[in-house]
Design a protein. Structure first.
Lengths: 395, 395
């Protein structure tokens, strides 16, 4: 049965992270490799109460097929929460998806023809690389700097490549933890204004800011071109697979057709539970707690890096989110470091999967959401020793 | 923002049925248009108990991200249930999907290149036409006869078109209610054996047989080529969006990559609820109840048709499922009949959306799962009068 597969599926990179996570199940290993929110802050009791409420409120109707657009109350809640941030996004422009990963799949479906240009951040979010690969675009990688995307390179790519899409995570990016400054955002908007490039602003971590000032959304500064993706995975729970797409009316119409063709609709049962959870609880207090803990853990990791990493290692200083990004000196291979580190019972994600067509990179992603401050210090110390060992081997 | 869309999305037919269902909300209208399971048989209390069990058994872990393959216990249950029907399908060959609609999307993704041949039944399932359209195949329509698919036409299409896929609903097909006889199945298997055509056996209604003998699955008679799709939507509840794909190992490997790229995984929360429901209840007794009621309602519809429809109207006699199929005499247009019938407060689905590139057809789909016997008689009487009126007009 050779050659029975579509060309598109052979273009999708496998998730190296999946393999790493298997290693990390060993409880004696300290893992900075995960990309998971911290389970300690899942509002378990509140969700159980919301579930009881759903059974009472909807009766049997909650088990029937539902509409493709999603639970109306939930979409109203999302619209209202945007309004509180001065974003005017009507309910009709919001579609509930099975996590934001599905939003990416559907945007690829609806917008990308074979060979169309898709601008990606470098390093970029692996899930987006996978989702868009299915639709066989030409990827253009544009490097991230400390304050956002490289606008010179972007201007060049937009001019020559006339990309169909540009995909970004402007707040506390996965994998780098970098955020776009206001100035960088304005420059990006200027480059894209008047073009036919659709700008995808993926914002799963936006609510998880623990320092610095909130930045303006691209939906505000480039409204006609921007599609905004959101998710409850990092603020409530990921396991219900509830996210959303906020898009201009013309794109929304096509997304609804795609949603029907893809899975008819996302479960209204889980949508309703999230809705009642949001309606009946102090969500801001809940998110504030997550922010505090992640903020402390991020600071602990930065402090430990200062103490234990050898000179020459670079790292980002995230203002929010779940990840930071480190670079090894002298082009040391992060994959080689991984092999050393796992023997010392600490793991992370080597940078390779976050690049398109680059291997042997000297960068790595470190997750701080799931490890307590004390364990962070032990893990970073082990990792620092492994880096030293690798440096000595190379030197 | 013209021409920003992919070619593939413009090929997807819109669901006419969606529009009809909006009309059918008026409670004075009798609807044979729906495609829904009867909500009276959703096991609401049992599901609520299973949900409580899930909260107790899994704690917070149920809210975390899960694996892409799906809940292991649920996959074991599915495998075991197949074994009871003499089908050997290992757990590793079963992937949980967000309804079988998502199985169709992923099979299109993994198997279909632009222009590849896809054989469809005529009339065929609209959801499959929509799902595969995304991947821009060349459709080959092969007519259904009373005992299954037209094998002469199929043999010709397989020989000349070398299709990549063949999509079928061999048991109580949607929209026609037709089932493939054992002889027809063997002939189809003979035509496909040794070819590279993947045979998709979609079986959402298989458990809903109310008369006649169970037929052999294509998984049994054409194992290497067959991908089997199943769903809990018609036997438990549709609103959780839980279905599955059972496929040979080589295809499964690609489907898992596609699943990750599409939405990471289906909610393990809803999967677990279904699992505990199945484990702790007499599912066979539950399905038997649904079968009895649908069987009675189908018979009532057949009886009413006998009493109220004018001579010359043809109809299928389903052995299970939720639909029957009727044909108007003298090429009368079912769309014209719809306009008359809705004034008499009865609706159905005119045949057009179930054909690829055919309009003005004289066929229609009648659903019997959601209407009680008495109401069926009133509705069919109204519809009979509307047919008579149309016949007289045509004259």
């Amino acid at each position: 049965m050779d050659s029975i597969f579509s060309d598109r599926i052979s273009d999708v990179p496998r998730s190296f992270i999946r393999e790493i996570l298997k290693v990390a199940i060993d409880p004696s290993i300290i893992s900075f490799a995960g990309g998971l929110p911290n389970r300690a802050f899942f509002p378990a009791e509140e969700i159980e109460r919301a579930t009881t409420r759903v059974f009472r409120e909807y009766g049997r109707d909650i088990f029937q097929y539902g509409n493709s657009e999603g639970h109306l109350g939930l979409r109203e809640y999302i619209s209202e929460r945007y309004r509180q941030k001065n974003l005017d996004i009507p309910v009709d422009n919001i579609l509930i998806t099975s996590g934001s990963q599905q939003g990416l799949d559907m945007l690829g479906k609806v917008l990308v023809n074979d060979g169309d240009g898709v601008v990606m951040e470098e390093p970029g979010y692996l899930g987006a690389i996978q989702a868009f690969s299915i639709y066989q675009p030409t990827f253009y990688s544009v490097p991230l700097n400390e304050d956002g995307i490289d606008t010179d390179k972007l201007a060049e790519v937009v001019k020559t490549g006339k990309p169909r899409l540009m995909y970004t995570v402007p707040n506390f990016q996965n994998p780098s933890g970098i955020s776009y400054s206001d100035a960088n955002r304005l420059k990006v908007a200027e480059i894209l204004r008047g073009t036919k490039t659709i700008f995808i602003e993926d914002d799963p971590y936006g609510e998880l800011r623990f320092t610095g000032e909130r930045k303006r959304s691209f939906k505000e500064i480039l409204p006609d071109n921007t599609v905004l993706l959101g998710s409850f995975s990092k603020t409530v729970v990921p396991g219900f697979r509830i996210g959303w797409v906020a898009a201009p009316a013309q794109i929304m119409e096509k997304l609804i057709i795609a949603k029907q063709a893809t899975d008819l609709h996302t479960s209204h049962f889980t949508q309703s539970i999230i809705y009642w959870y949001l309606k009946e609880n102090d969500v801001n207090a809940h998110i504030s707690l997550i922010r505090q803990v992640y903020g402390k853990q991020c600071q602990a990791m930065l402090d430990s890096i200062g103490r234990h990493f050898p000179a020459g290692v670079t790292n980002t200083r995230p203002e929010g989110g779940m990840f930071l990004w480190a670079g090894l000196p002298g082009n040391l291979s992060a994959l080689e470091l991984f092999d050393l580190a796992v023997k010392d019972r600490v793991v992370f994600v080597p940078g390779d999967p976050f690049y398109i067509n680059k291997t042997g990179t000297s960068t790595m992603r470190l997750n701080f959401s799931c490890v307590d401050e004390k364990t962070i210090d032990i893990g970073i110390e082990r990792l620092g020793k492994a880096i030293l060992t690798l440096l000595e081997k190379a030197g």
